[in-house]
Design a binder for this molecule. Structure first.
Ligand code: AMP
Ligand code: GLY
Length: 425
């Protein structure tokens, strides 16, 4: 079979790595891919926003399955366009992708179907939003842009002044363009967070898997928000009882609600949850795999990724075996100096083969220079994932692996998965 994977980050390298293990794949194409995916298949120089070129490429090359990984093309309807052209596609319709593409739509869905989440109110007039803000205790609300904002659309103000400036910034000054022309003011929840993933095809929900990611740039969860500095799983607080509750109260009712709303979901549903004192609640839904969670999910997936993606794409997930390993995994990301602010690229990367003695290296912002040397080309450059019989062993292996890698200005967080060993910070 010929498969085209759309995307270019670490998530896509991990998915390409897993797809390449399927004996049924004759050719794997990645658009646009990175230097890591180039070692597993053929990179195709088409950007993820060029939907017309992607559909044409799939038609001309008689692609049997397209797997769309990133949020933006899914929300913008790439999967609908591919299906319209008769191409078998893994990924939800733009209607179903509203669970991620519009936080207001998603919140309305959860409210209507009684899926546990933060109490939230939508606004598009700053004066009314600020008035509502003052009616709640200081520091008790979260401000969320309605649309996609590259992971930056959530602000957690501590004071009324910070709350007002977040509201005005989004609604009146277009902090995130059209994405923040409407906002949600949500009750601020507390508790450990986890990212839970399941394949969904209509009302059918596969076995689920839980992980934790790290969004802040610095140790101790300090510093700016990033695309993700690392992940581990399964979480230390993830019990069979909690998994059953999340399945019965969140995953299955959400799949059924989407069918009822004529927005049947087909793909992988990612529920960002907070485990509050009154039980698990949804922080946000995403319509795709997470990054950097996928870099541990792919090594943990015991089933063949191609089989599962095809089953979802052909509406026969029911009866398809989806199995996840329980073995602890840790993934540590190395970033360029300055990230998530501005940074330089083009630095040579060495030590990858030594690192692979300890784990798997997934590339994100990497490229080949004119002399075919591996060089940095992005903020998040690469990462090392390792497994172990305990979380501590997987963590030691991932860190030993990454210590073998070098590029100028390389930086990584030293506390990934630490709380799973030493208790929560
Ligand atoms: P999101 O983009 O919705 O994942 O939000 C980014 C981060 O903001 C989440 O991972 C949470 O840490 C935090 N967050 C979002 N919504 C809430 C909420 N209602 N209460 C507390 N924290 C939140
Ligand atoms: N792990 C965060 C995301 O993929 O959006």
């Amino acid at each position: 079979m010929k498969v085209l994977l759309v995307g270019s980050g670490g998530r896509e390298h991990a998915m390409a790595w897993k797809l390449a293990q399927s004996t049924r794949i004759s050719e794997l194409f990645i658009a646009p891919g990175n230097a890591g995916t180039a070692e597993l298949g053929t990179n195709v120089d088409i950007g993820v926003s060029d939907h017309i070129a992607l559909v044409k490429y799939a038609e001309n090359h008689k692609i049997d399955l397209v797997v769309v990984a990133p949020d933006k093309p899914i929300v913008d309807g790439l999967c609908d366009q591919l299906r319209h052209a008769g191409i078998t596609t893994f990924g939800p319709s733009s209607a179903a992708a509203r669970v991620e593409g519009s936080k207001i739509w998603s919140n309305d869905l959860m409210t209507k179907y009684r899926i546990p989440t933060a109490e939230s109110v939508a606004f598009n007039i700053s004066g009314l939003a600020m008035e509502y803000g003052r009616s709640k205790p200081e520091g008790s609300l979260v401000v969320k842009a309605d649309g996609l904002a590259a992971g930056k659309g959530v602000i957690l103000p501590e004071t009324y002044d910070e709350l007002d400036s977040a509201i005005v910034g989004m609604l009146d000054h277009g902090a995130f363009g059209k994405s923040s022309s409407s906002i949600l003011l949500a009750e601020r929840m507390t508790g450990p967070e986890t990212s839970v993933f399941a394949f969904v095809d209509g009302e059918h929900v596969s076995a689920e898997i839980a992980t934790c990611d790290y969004k802040r740039a610095g140790e101790g969860d300090l510093g700016l928000n990033t695309g993700g500095m690392g992940s581990y799983g399964p979480p230390e607080f993830w019990t069979a009882e909690l998994a059953a509750k999340v399945r019965c109260e969140i995953l299955e009712p959400t799949a059924r609600a989407l069918v009822k709303e004529y927005s049947s979901f087909s793909g992988v549903l990612y529920a960002g949850l907070m485990i509050t004192k009154s039980g698990p609640k949804v922080v946000e839904f995403n319509c795709r795999f997470g990054d950097p969670e996928t870099q541990i999910l792919m090594p943990m997936l015991e089933s063949d990724l191609l089989d599962v993606c095809l089953a979802v794409a052909e509406n026969r997930l029911d009866g398809t075996d989806v199995r996840w390993s329980n073995e602890p995994h840790t993934f540590v990301v190395a970033v360029s100096d300055g990230y998530p602010g501005s940074y330089s690229t083009g630095f040579e990367i060495t030590g990858i083969s030594a690192a692979t003695e300890y784990g798997v290296v997934f590339h994100a912002g990497t490229a080949r220079d004119l002399n075919n040397n591996l060089v940095t080309s992005g903020g998040r450059v690469l990462g090392v994932v390792a497994s172990g019989s305990t979380i501590s062993k997987s963590r030691n292996a991932a860190y030993t692996g990454i210590e073998h890698i070098f590029f100028e200005g390389m930086r990584f967080r030293r506390d990934i998965a630490e709380r799973a060993i030493h208790g929560r910070s």
